[in-house]
Every structure is written in structure tokens, then in C-alpha cells.
Design a protein around this ligand. Structure first.
Ligand code: PLP
Ligand code: COI
Length: 365
């Protein structure tokens, strides 16, 4: 067996000054601020995974013929690092991200990054950039591992060279309303993913395919788009960047099943566990847009919420569609969403018992 690859560390010789960093961390927003370092690993058919390093964050230089720029061979992940009260760094279920990354890579005919290497890259990066983790329960260091085809070749086939990279971005709330409920546009014509396609993979192409519908949602005054299945245009699938859950009859949690067209969210799976533990009836089943409208009108539907790493758990207050709109419950943050969010965030920040072993503690010497 090949010897395990270890990361060479090349600290940034010109890091952001402490004062400046502290100022920036007060209002991190989402996805616009970046830490001082990044992790990089290369892959080639000849050498396999090689040159693992943590280095100063810098521009990547790419040949214009790099395969990713033409055929979109790219996959990514999203996870968060939190700061514990005793100064440790915490990661939430990172091995799940490593596994999903491997599955996404397989679907895009890319080499599979060993789980250990994924976890080492993330761990080494958060160790060196630990001072970029903002304070507070709504704040974290969002980690974005990604891999793309870097080979210069225009023939259409799986590339023979790749770059794996992890960058880190201090993050506050994903939505501007800071915890206020969001509104959703239900898209009937534009599709995100089809059976047999790449919907279950976390690849850039899925997001590119969702952007026109997301822009339409904004035009309609909504925060997120909800996609329906492409075969019957009937079943609710997921949102542009998160999964969706429905609370019916006060104690039943319904969420669309994983059938190859939606992303298997780690937040979704954690919520299903926490809801069942809290005594809720949990159903992974098809839920049609027709049922959604009917249940909202009949009062059977109390809550709807979006869930994902970036969104955490965010209530939905209002739904718009081509024929009108309707309100969910009383249009405020629901108590189930609030309760589940509190449970999840408390585990993520090591403020409550981690009975499922979800949190990986990184001790900083
Ligand atoms: N669905 C989509 C399309 C997403 O982009 C995300 C976010 O990563 C999710 C679902 C939720 O996945 P997770 O909870 O693993 O972040
Ligand atoms: C995440 O939650 O990690 C995502 O990839 C979704 C995107 C809205 C940033």
C-alpha cells in the first residue's frame, strides 16, 4: 500500500493583521470573506494523489484548455467549523462530507479522494486558520472542499489530471433576514435534475442548471426556488441549495425521499434523527405540490422549513407559484423548526451532549 500522504505546511508570509481580521469577522455575511490559507492536492494518472500542501490562499492559474472550463467536471462540498467554549475547533460529521464527496466524484467519472485525505485537508486548514472562526452561535467558518479537472485537453472524456482544494470562508446567516422566515417560488417548468442524471451529486453543474430558476424566484420576490420532479411535475424535490421539510398534524415530519435526483443532505439526515428522538413521526415520502397547497389551506400543514449546512434550519413563511400564493401557518418561525434548530446548533457547538458521536473535536495545542 502507498504511504499516507501528509500535508506540507507553507504559512502565509503576509497574513491579514489581527485588528483587520477582527473587524472583518464582525459582519462576515456569506461567501464573500476568505481566510489566509488553502489546502491543495494534485492528482494525475501517473502519480495518483501528490503534493499535498497548506499554502497561502492565492489565485490558481489554469490553462484555457483545462477540461473543467469546457465540460464542467467539478464536484464540491460544504461543511462548517465551529469554536467551542474551551477553545477547541469542532467539525460536524465531516466524514459524511468525505463520503458524499467520493460518491459525487464517482458520478462525475473523477478519481476518488481517500476519506483520510479529505479529513486531513480540512483539519490542517482549520488548524492554521482557526482565528478566522467567528464568535457566536450563528457564526462559523464555512469550508468549501472542491475538485476539478485541470488537464489541458478538449477531447470529451474523463480528464487525467485534477486539483483538489479547500478554501475557508467565515460565515454568518445565509439569508439576509438573519433568521426571519423565507419565501419560496415553486418552479414548474425549469428543471434541476432528472432520474439518471447528477441530481444526487454535489457538482457545480447542478447549481448552474438551477440559477435561471433561482433568478426567476428573486424576480418574483422570493428567496429560494423549489423544484418539482421532472417526470410528472408533481412531487416536491428540494430547493436550489437546501432540502425541505414539512410539519403536518403537529407531530409528523415529512421530507421528500432520496431517489437519485436530490442531494442527500447531512443536515436533513441529522434532523430526521433528532425529530424521531423527540417523538415525532418521521416520513420520507413523496409530497406533491397539490398536497402542499391543500394541507396549507386546510390547516393540516403547520410548518415548512429549509435545511442545509449554509441555511441550517430556516422557516418558510410564504409560497408563490404561477397561479397565486399561500401562507404557511401564521407566517412566523415555527416552534418545531425553532426546537430542532436549537438542538442541532447546540450539538454543533458542543453545548449539549453529542450522543450520536457527530462532532469531531480538533485540539489546538
Ligand atoms: N440540497 C442542495 C441542492 C444543497 O446545495 C444542499 C447544501 O449543501 C443541501 C441540499 C443540504 O445538504 P447539507 O445538509 O449536507 O448541507
Ligand atoms: C451548503 O449548504 O453547503 C451549500 O452548498 C448550499 C449553498 C447554498 C451554499
Amino acid at each position: 500500500m502507498a504511504a499516507a500522504l501528509s500535508f506540507k505546511i507553507y504559512p502565509n508570509s503576509n497574513p491579514t493583521r489581527g485588528e483587520e481580521r477582527k473587524k472583518l469577522l464582525k459582519t462576515p455575511g456569506f461567501g464573500k470573506l476568505f481566510s489566509d490559507h488553502m489546502a491543495l492536492v494534485h492528482w494525475s494518472e501517473e502519480k495518483g494523489w501528490h503534493e499535498a500542501q497548506i499554502t497561502a490562499r492565492k489565485f490558481l492559474s489554469l490553462d484555457p484548455a483545462s477540461a473543467v472550463l469546457h465540460y464542467a467536471q467539478e464536484v464540491f462540498e460544504g461543511l462548517k467549523a465551529y469554536r467551542s467554549q474551551d477553545g477547541c475547533v469542532l467539525l460536524f460529521r465531516p466524514e459524511q462530507n468525505a463520503q458524499r464527496f467520493a460518491q459525487s466524484a464517482k458520478r462525475l467519472a473523477m478519481p476518488v479522494l481517500p476519506e483520510e485525505l479529505f479529513l486531513d485537508a480540512v483539519t490542517e486548514l482549520v488548524k492554521i486558520d482557526r482565528n478566522w472562526i467567528p464568535e457566536g452561535n450563528d457564526a462559523s467558518l464555512y469550508l468549501r472542499p472542491f475538485m476539478f479537472a485541470s488537464e489541458s485537453f478538449l477531447g470529451v472524456r474523463s480528464a487525467k489530471e485534477y486539483i483538489f482544494c479547500v478554501i475557508a470562508s467565515p460565515a454568518g446567516a445565509y439569508f439576509k433576514g438573519q433568521g426571519k422566515p423565507i419565501t419560496i417560488w415553486v418552479e414548474k417548468y425549469l428543471s434541476r435534475a432528472a432520474p439518471g442524471g447528477t441530481g444526487a451529486a454535489k457538482c457545480g453543474g447542478n447549481y448552474a442548471a438551477s440559477l435561471q430558476a433561482q433568478a426567476l424566484a428573486h424576480e418574483k420576490g422570493c428567496d429560494q426556488v423549489a423544484f418539482l420532479d421532472v417526470v410528472e411535475r408533481r412531487w416536491v424535490e428540494e430547493l436550489g441549495g437546501m432540502n425541505i421539510c414539512f410539519v403536518l398534524d403537529k407531530n409528523t415530519l415529512v421530507t421528500p425521499p432520496l431517489g437519485g435526483t436530490i442531494l442527500s443532505g447531512i443536515t436533513r439526515s441529522s434532523i430526521l434523527t433528532l425529530a424521531a428522538e423527540a417523538g415525532m413521526k418521521v416520513e420520507e415520502r413523496g409530497y406533491s405540490f397539490h398536497e402542499w397547497q391543500k394541507d396549507a389551506v386546510d390547516g393540516r400543514l403547520q410548518e415548512v422549513f429549509a435545511c442545509g449546512t449554509a441555511a441550517v434550519i430556516t422557516s418558510v413563511s410564504r409560497v408563490r407559484h404561477e397561479k397565486g400564493e399561500f401562507v404557511i401557518g401564521d407566517g412566523t418561525v415555527g416552534s418545531v423548526a425553532q426546537g430542532l434548530r436549537h438542538k442541532l446548533v447546540s450539538i454543533q457547538h458542543a453545548l449539549s451532549n453529542d450522543s450520536y458521536g457527530w462532532v469531531r473535536v480538533i485540539n489546538i495545542p
